[in-house]
Design a protein around this ligand. Structure first.
Ligand SMILES: Nc1ncnc2c1ncn2[C@@H]1O[C@H](COP(=O)(O)OP(=O)(O)OP(=O)(O)O)[C@@H](O)[C@H]1O
Ligand SMILES: [Mg+2]
Length: 257
């Protein structure tokens, strides 16, 4: 379970660019639930994910994973239990290292000896198996530099890397946004498969309303640091892309856009 309780966050406090994003933000994601988060640019989606992962400090409130307050747990230690995939396909892996080296690093994430490459043949075979599951032919490219892969290939490997250790939580921030429509669909299918197989408690930020509607158990819409729509299970299943678009348009008109 992921819990955000009474979160307050103001950026650039005491400066001319001071901006209060969250005043009293609350969110509970049940164990195994897959939540899609939509909302306009600047509504606070990435900030919320950063707060869960400890990438930015909060002013007050509590972040809990499975009931344990992790406010004081540094970001790198949170990733022991949390997988994260970013919009930028270059983040989350090292371009100058091979797929094999990247996967080896990912497998050692959260361990103190994370920078030693204990790559042996058995490991290589295991990585090949994981890559073969993608159906992209990457199992034959273990020694290729990560930076030479296409964005979609890199994102597929990043997803495997983020979920190959025994994590409970998965954080996705527009992870299909930089991909062409077909590759985005492939990565989305793969995401759903991994989430379900590993029963991951997941939060996926997306601007793709179709994905938000078709995948996951719950849709949240954010606006100006607040949750303005929250539909789960049956209520979610009857939510259409058009009804979400209507709400977007309404907000946009209210904002004078
Ligand atoms: N590090 C930062 N310093 C100052 N302001 C920030 C910082 N990060 C985010 N903000 C501001 O907080 C607000 C929310 O930003 P955030 O990135 O969380 O939005 P978002 O919903 O992820 O938007 P998008 O859909 O464009 O990714 C924006 O007004 C943004 O300018
Ligand atoms: Mg964002």
């Amino acid at each position: 379970m992921i819990e955000l309780k009474n979160i307050a966050k103001t950026y650039n406090r005491g400066t001319v660019s001071e901006m209060t994003l969250f005043e009293d933000f609350n969110l509970t994601v049940k164990t195994g639930q897959f939540v899609s988060v939509v909302g306009s640019n600047g509504s606070g989606k990435t900030s919320m994910l950063n707060i869960i992962c400890g990438s930015i400090p909060i002013d007050s409130g509590e972040v809990l994973l499975d009931g344990v307050n992790i406010n004081r747990l540094p970001e790198y230690r949170r990733y022991k239990n949390v997988g994260r995939v970013y919009q930028n396909t270059a983040l989350g892996s090292c371009p100058d290292m091979t797929i094999l080296e990247n996967m080896s690093l990912a497998e050692n994430k959260g361990k103190p000896f994370g920078l030693t490459f204990g790559v042996n043949r058995k490991k290589a075979n295991y990585y090949k198996e994981l890559l073969a599951g993608l159906g992209l032919g990457l199992e034959d490219k273990l020694n290729a530099k990560m930076g030479l892969l296409s964005g979609g290939q890199r994102q597929a490997v990043s997803l495997i890397m983020a979920t190959m250790t025994p994590i409970d939580f998965l954080i996705l921030d527009e992870h299909t946004a930089a991909l062409d429509p077909h590759t985005a669909d492939v990565i989305m299918e793969l995401t759903d498969k991994v989430v379900r197989e590993k029963n991951l408690t997941s939060i996926m930020v997306t601007h793709n309303l179709r994905y938000a509607v078709e995948y996951g158990d719950r849709i949240i819409m954010m606006d100006k640091g607040k949750t303005i729509l929250d539909r789960a299970d049956g209520e979610k299943r009857t939510t259409s892309v058009n009804s979400l678009l209507d709400i977007f348009n309404k907000i946009s008109i209210e904002c004078g856009n």
